[in-house]
Design a protein around this ligand. Structure first.
Ligand SMILES: *[C@@H]1O[C@H](CO)[C@@H](O)[C@H](O)[C@H]1NC(C)=O
Length: 128
């Protein structure tokens, strides 16, 4: 698969996941990277791995004396202005001023010709 398609797919997936109500979406691997001594209990003692994950918690039984079923970290997201000018989604109108564009919370780049200069940012998950 080409990289652009893959990229668009993962962005779609991230957007879809983040629009789902928090808590319903299962935590990502990233969110479950919690050092053992900082884990806070989720679920109940003796909960199975399957049940733990079903209720939206993380499960890791590799360290004996800490909770195995624990709360995920909050998802860290950041807004980025996409680099590819041809995938821009218009956020303004022709001739919009940079100030008005940024006031709408959008990205402004006055180049190249023929594409929107005021365009929506994307929400991406931060690495952890
Ligand atoms: C479980 O936790 C340990 C200690 O933090 C970690 O080294 C290990 O990779 C984790 N296993 C999984 C499957 O996440």
């Amino acid at each position: 698969m080409d990289l652009k398609v893959l990229c668009a797919l993962s962005i779609t997936l991230i957007v879809a996941l983040s629009t789902l109500a928090e808590g319903i979406a299962p935590p990502t691997k990233c969110q479950c990277k919690v050092v053992p001594r900082e884990r806070t209990n989720c679920g109940y003692p003796g909960i199975s791995a399957a049940e733990c994950k079903r209720i939206g918690c993380c499960f890791n039984a590799s360290v004996p004396s800490v909770p195995w079923c624990y709360n995920p970290k909050p998802k860290k997201v950041k807004k980025v202005c996409p680099n590819d000018p041809y995938t821009r989604i218009n956020c303004g109108y022709p001739g919009i001023k940079p100030r008005e564009c940024t006031r709408k919370g959008c990205c402004f780049r006055a180049h190249p010709a023929g594409v929107p200069w005021c365009f929506y940012h994307r929400v991406v998950e931060e690495a952890c």
